[in-house]
Design a protein around this ligand. Structure first.
Ligand SMILES: Cc1cc2nc3c(=O)[nH]c(=O)nc-3n(C[C@H](O)[C@H](O)[C@H](O)COP(=O)(O)OP(=O)(O)OC[C@H]3O[C@@H](n4cnc5c(N)ncnc54)[C@H](O)[C@@H]3O)c2cc1C
Length: 431
């Protein structure tokens, strides 16, 4: 018995850790020099940055469990706060420390920036959609869902639209209402702590994938970075994994590649043609991150602040999060007009938005734009996502794109990895 995990992102590392926990050492093949995939460290200007600011929710139970399992500094590594939805000078919704659903009702009553009618409609909307007996007969767009449930324009613009874009990385007109409801159910509609916002105080490679690699090494596993898998082929009783011109033989494979990298790797396995066909139909959405370096005295009004009518959706004060003084990071999710700008134009545009709408600012001493063009799959209504189990016994898929309640998120990735590993363990126990 030998298990290969292909891909050292959050899904692959969660799979390998779950196996190691049960005494099954795996070999992880990762193409890049560093672990983390779409949630990884990027070093620039002597600072440890991320390829994109990531928000975790209190509802990410599986991710938090995994992080705690491998990262001894887990509690310090995450800055946890109650949801404070703050769109600069337009809207603010803070959830008080009350049990759910009282926290939401009280938060909405006290919210600033829209009429009482709009707030009541929002409370009804969340209660209806998160009730245990609620069932959406057919998936539709989030925009349609908001219209059917009479959501006022102000809340649609300042809460539901930004929430949809932040969570599903897909504009409401194209986003799946079913997946959006799942996110609402598990965050605003669940226990009070589930809507908490968690921001990493260390970089995203150091948060989970790297401590996971230490955990694996200590439990007999192997992590091979710089090992791009070019092909997996089937042979009697197992799989050949080809990387760096060498072949290794495994009885089980958990393939945790990003969806667009999957088809060429499994092209030689006819039983997986349907999987390749399914992911080939995916569309992708980008996420742009803009880091701006200001003098150390520059401080934003909040660690995380939403902007209305700007290209930048959210801005983060990195000092408040991880002690990087004077560093501001802006996030622009999903497709939009920002994609027409050069990186210089985009950075200076975000700078002028901050200067005009938030605080007076000198010119940044440097900036860095990181464009992840395929940040996530477009989470559209009725999208077919492949299950983790494939027609091949002992070959499982993991990754944020596999069949799940959640959009492409860290939690979807981790859950899929844990699930894939449990499938392997089940097959080993029944062999
Ligand atoms: C900019 C940005 C912002 C985001 N913001 C959030 C957020 O706020 N909250 C949230 O929950 N999620 C967010 N996400 C989504 C989250 O990062 C992903 O859902 C998650 O990281 C996906 O993990 P994964 O393991 O499924 O895939 P990946 O991270 O893509 O991992 C796959 C791994 O496979 C490796 N690989 C590729 N080809 C090969 C090969 N041939 N051989 C070997 N290895 C290979 C890759 O290098 C990679 O390490 C964001 C994503 C981006 C890009």
């Amino acid at each position: 018995m030998a298990v290969a995990v292909i891909g050292g992102g959050y899904a692959g590392m969660a799979a390998a850790v779950t196996l190691a926990e049960q005494g099954v050492p795996a070999t992880v093949f990762e193409a890049a020099a560093h672990l983390g995939g779409r949630a990884r460290r990027v070093t620039f200007g002597g600072l440890k940055l991320d390829n994109g600011l990531h928000i975790l929710l209190g509802a990410y139970h599986e991710s938090l469990r995994m992080i705690r399992l491998v990262n001894r500094d887990a509690e310090r590594a995450l800055l946890r706060s109650r949801l404070d939805w703050r769109i600069h000078r337009r809207f603010r919704l803070r959830l008080p420390p009350l049990p759910a659903p009282l926290h939401l009702v009280a938060g909405l009553i006290a919210a600033r920036g829209c009429s009482i009618g709009a707030r009541l409609a929002a409370a009804r909307f969340v209660r209806t959609l998160t009730a245990p007996d609620f069932h959406l007969p057919q998936d539709t767009s989030v925009a349609n869902l908001l219209a059917v449930h009479g959501q006022h324009d102000v809340l649609a613009r300042l809460v539901w639209r930004p929430l949809c874009v932040a969570a599903l990385n897909t504009p409401p007109e194209e986003a799946s209402a079913r997946v959006f409801i799942n996110v609402l159910r598990d965050s605003l509609g669940a226990g009070a702590g589930d809507s908490d916002v968690l921001l990493a105080r260390c970089d995203l490679s150091a948060l989970f994938p790297e401590p996971a690699a230490h955990y694996l090494n200590a439990h007999g596993g192997t992590v091979l970075t710089g090992h791009t898998v070019s092909r997996i082929t089937l042979h009697s009783g197992g799989f050949d994994v080809e990387a760096r011109g060498a072949r290794s033989r495994f009885s089980h494979v958990i393939c945790a590649l990003p969806p667009h990298r999957l088809p060429p790797v499994i092209a030689g396995i006819p039983q997986l043609e349907h999987v390749s066909g399914t992911v080939a139909r995916f569309q992708y959405q980008p996420i742009f991150s803009v880091y701006l370096r200001y003098p150390e005295r520059v401080v934003l009004p909040a660690p995380m602040l939403g902007l209305a009518n700007c290209l930048a959706h959210w801005v983060f004060d990195r000092d408040a999060i991880c002690g990087q003084r004077g560093l501001v990071a802006a996030v622009i999710s999903a497709s939009g007009p920002h994609q027409m700008l050069t990186q210089d134009e985009l950075a200076l545009r975000v700078h002028s938005e901050l200067e005009r709408h938030v605080i007076p600012l000198p010119r940044p001493s440097w900036y860095r734009v990181i464009a992840e063009k395929r940040a996530t799959f477009a989470c559209t209504p009725g999208l077919e996502r492949p299950p983790q189990r494939t027609p091949l016994a002992n070959f499982f898929l993991a990754g944020d794109y596999t069949l799940a309640d959640y959009p492409a998120t860290i939690e979807a990735a981790v859950r899929s990895g844990v699930h894939g590993a449990r499938e392997v363990l089940r097959s080993l126990n029944t062999a």
